[in-house]
Design a protein. Structure first.
Length: 86
């Protein structure tokens, strides 16, 4: 028969040696974000204490309301008027 959709995957998992490892810098950055800030229900700029915190919240927490113009830069008039990022 052949054709599209004829390939079969054995088992329900991917072998560990077939998945490329993430660079250490990505793993370390993720760990530091998770250990520094916690998604705790805050969603407004007035509830943040820094640009880094606001940026991490919009990137990792659901239902935030801190990026009114949807440019990826939160709290521009309060915390992120100069440099920004987490």
């Amino acid at each position: 028969m052949g054709g599209y959709g004829s390939a079969k995957i054995a088992g329900s998992h991917i072998a560990a040696d077939s998945v490329p490892a993430q660079p250490a810098s990505i793993t370390q950055r993720t760990t530091s974000i998770e250990s520094t800030f916690t998604c705790d229900g805050r969603k407004h700029c007035s509830q943040m204490t820094s640009c880094a915190e606001a940026t991490c919240f919009i990137q990792h927490c659901p239902h935030t309301q801190m990026d009114g113009d949807y440019d990826g830069r939160p709290c521009e008039s309060q915390w992120c008027s100069d440099g920004w990022g987490c």
